[in-house]
Design a protein around this ligand. Structure first.
Ligand SMILES: [Zn+2]
Length: 392
């Protein structure tokens, strides 16, 4: 493979067909495969400073603990955590992150360190009276950072979830994003508690809202249908988790052109169940994988996520690798730029040492990649620049 000065792929093929020009820097990776860099389609890297996942079996209690953990952190803490998280991602072969945050630290770190990703600024305010202030804050954030964005670092908007964002704010945030061609992501249909609130106005979320004087949500058949009724689902919408869905929801997601990112280890850790990945794929819905944050899972190892997905949905290694690369690029609207090894795309690469035996057949190589331990990821490149792995 040849990479040009700009950091894009210039040619792909065996060495005899794509000879390097004199003086070009060259790398050799014996017993290894070169893959498109992996796409972690859902993270919260600003939480990467946490010592270990928060062990709390009740999801509502877990959310309260996360909130108080975040309130204990300074902007410097968020920055340090974001940097640690981005470097950890590179170590795991991840070259693009779709990150959701409130502090803005991940955007800052992506720009400073030359990472690639979409940083979704979160809006969260369940009372309709808070909507205007939340939108003003979002606008301030976007305006402040707009001129600093580069091709590799983009902004998105993330209304946190149907149970934490009023209908007024959800609509306003999505309208705002669409008006500026920003992508949208939201935690959707994650827990039973969310379903209980939106379907029947009961359960821990309903109880807490009653105590705080927050109006009950308009009832719907499911969280996905609640969003559909709001009119916020559209092709730039990435539904995070999407565990509590049925055939009707899958049809709505497919019809509105939405994508899904599943986080199987996080869902298992919180006892939410498992997203119906196979049904999403059958319905033609683009599906990617995400780790979620280190407050839920023990590592940012996306291949571990793929192995969990394989156990749940019986997916073949080739399908998983596609979800981790081009599939991830597609759910972020970046598939013309990254996700495959083609001339003109960015040279975002992940090099996995699989040993000579597995290299002979495509199937064996694919399964060796999925089974790879973190230390087998010997190098990671973003835009042709080596960001992980010592020269060999
Ligand atoms: Zn999340």
């Amino acid at each position: 493979m040849l990479v040009n000065r700009e950091g894009r792929i210039a040619a792909v093929g065996p060495e005899r067909d794509v000879p390097a020009s004199r003086g070009a820097e060259s790398f050799h990776f014996p017993g290894s495969v070169i893959l498109p860099g992996l796409v972690n389609a859902h993270t919260h890297l600003e939480l990467s400073g946490i010592a270990a996942p928060i062990a709390e079996s009740d999801f509502y209690a877990w959310l309260l603990k996360i909130r108080s953990f975040k309130e204990s952190l300074s902007y410097q803490d968020f920055l340090a955590a974001a940097e640690r998280g981005l470097k950890e991602s590179w170590r795991h072969g991840v070259t693009t992150v779709a990150d959701t945050g409130t502090s803005g630290a991940v955007l800052e770190v992506l720009l400073r360190l030359g990472g690639r990703g979409i940083y979704y600024q979160e809006v969260i305010a369940p009372h309709p009276d808070q909507a205007r202030a939340a939108m003003e804050e979002l606008d301030r954030f976007v305006t402040e950072h707009w001129s600093r964005l580069s091709g590799g670092v983009r902004l998105g908007v993330s209304p946190h979830a149907p149970y934490t964002v009023s209908p007024e704010l959800f609509r306003a945030a999505v309208d705002y994003a669409r008006g500026r061609a920003l992508r949208v992501s939201s935690h959707v249909a994650e827990s039973r508690a969310e379903v209980d609130l939106l379907v029947a106005n009961r359960g821990p979320f309903a109880e807490s809202r009653r105590l705080r004087g927050i109006p009950a949500p308009q009832p719907a058949r499911s969280p996905v249908e609640w969003l559909w009724q709001l009119g916020v689902l559209h092709p730039g919408f990435l539904a995070i988790h999407a565990v509590q869905t049925d055939y009707g929801d899958i049809e709505i997601l497919a019809r509105s052109g939405c994508s899904v990112v599943v986080c199987p280890r996080s869902n298992a850790a919180h006892g939410h169940g498992a997203a119906p990945i196979g049904r999403y794929l059958e319905a033609g819905i683009p599906v990617a994988l995400g780790t979620d944050s280190l407050a839920s899972v023990p590592s940012l190892d996306l291949l571990a996520e793929a192995r969990q997905a394989a156990r749940l949905a019986g997916l073949r290694p080739g399908v998983l690798i596609r979800m981790l690369t081009l599939g991830g690029a597609r759910v972020l609207g970046l598939d013309s730029e990254i996700g495959s090894l083609e001339s003109g795309k960015w040279a975002d690469l992940c090099v996995v040492r699989i040993g000579g035996d597995a290299a002979g057949s495509e199937d064996r190589a694919a399964s060796a990649v999925i089974e790879a331990a973190p230390e087998q990821i010997v190098a990671t490149f973003v835009g042709g620049r080596r960001v992980h792995g010592l020269p060999v």
